[in-house]
Design a protein around this ligand. Structure first.
Ligand code: FMN
Length: 167
């Protein structure tokens, strides 16, 4: 296994004021758009945020994204449920894109926290309103991004009892 997967942890403390550059955000989004998707439908869009007031507003309206107050960026993954011929797969496609961002961030020395939005109605409504996302699209999650101010230990939850081998 490569160290990037092992070293990914949710980061909830960030070095305030340490910027995340537009180039870094673009690199993360290139990684996102390399994710597999059903029938290659790529049912996603991304909103990259570095505006301080908006990051603070995310922290205010999302009860579990308070760490956005210290972080320097966030990426909102927006799902396009009608895109392509395999529309029911959008949560898997957007999840794969999200995980690519999380892992690419580790390789860049950045920290992230995946903050769930879809399918919980309240954060969906408040994030939709904040970014003026139309009803045809779905606010899928908020990925908080920043320079970490904590280093949680690598860990794993490998559980052999959850695996069956067919040999
Ligand atoms: C769908 C999803 C939603 C999550 N929502 C939140 C959230 O709102 N706030 C938060 O702090 N962490 C959130 N997390 C992070 C999980 O709490 C975290 O991944 C889990 O506790 C395992 O810890 P680790 O990421 O450090 O390995 C979410 C993770 C996923 C996959």
């Amino acid at each position: 296994m490569n160290g990037i997967i092992q070293n990914r942890r949710s980061i909830r403390k960030y070095q305030a004021g340490k910027p995340v550059t537009k180039e870094q955000l673009t690199q993360l989004l290139e990684a996102a758009m390399m994710a597999p998707s059903a029938c290659n439908s790529r049912p996603w869009e991304f909103i990259a945020v570095t505006k301080r007031e908006i990051l603070d507003e995310i922290a205010r309206i999302h009860p579990y994204a308070k760490m956005a107050e210290q972080a320097s960026a966030a990426i909102i993954v927006v799902a396009l449920p009608q895109e392509g011929t395999a529309s029911g797969y959008f949560p898997q496609d957007c999840g794969a894109a999200t995980q690519n961002i999380l892992l690419e961030a580790v390789s860049m020395g950045l920290g992230t926290c995946w903050c769930g939005v879809y399918p919980t109605p309240e954060p969906m409504a408040s994030i939709r309103k904040l970014f003026n996302i139309p009803e045809s699209k779905i606010p899928f999650n908020v990925i908080v991004v920043g320079v970490p101010d904590e280093t949680p230990a690598a860990r794993g939850f490998f559980d052999a009892s959850k695996v069956s081998y067919v040999e």
